[in-house]
Ligand binder design. Structure first.
Ligand code: FES
Length: 107
């Protein structure tokens, strides 16, 4: 069992007080998010949006979360600036002449 608790002084592991000497794995929200981030993939579509797949939360500049449909496996975020539904892509990149197809360095 994994419990999510505030960060402890001793790091990720703590010992249960008095009633047990068994170590208990504690994950603070930051560490928990690192595990979740391992399952997130961001793909660039040629001349189009960023497509994000996996468990994530999309927050505005004040930290408020955009409602996302949990049944959708991915969302597309506008990177051309022409969407009328920003931050989401609405397909306007096809009409505005947006061109971008950067490539990651070869390994
Ligand atoms: S990337 Fe699709 S509308 Fe901007």
């Amino acid at each position: 069992m994994i419990l999510t608790l505030p960060q402890t002084d001793s790091g990720l592991f703590a010992t249960l007080p008095e009633s047990s000497s068994r170590p208990l794995l504690l994950l603070n929200p930051v560490v928990e998010n690192l595990f979740a981030m391992a399952d997130v993939t961001i793909r660039m579509r040629p001349d189009g949006p960023f497509v994000i797949e996996g468990p994530f939360q999309l927050n505005d500049s004040e930290g408020n979360a955009f409602p996302l449909n949990p049944d959708k496996p991915a969302i597309a975020l506008c990177r051309c600036g022409a969407s009328a539904n920003r931050p989401f892509c609405d397909g306007a990149h096809k009409q505005c002449g947006f061109e971008s197809d950067e490539r990651a360095p070869a390994e």
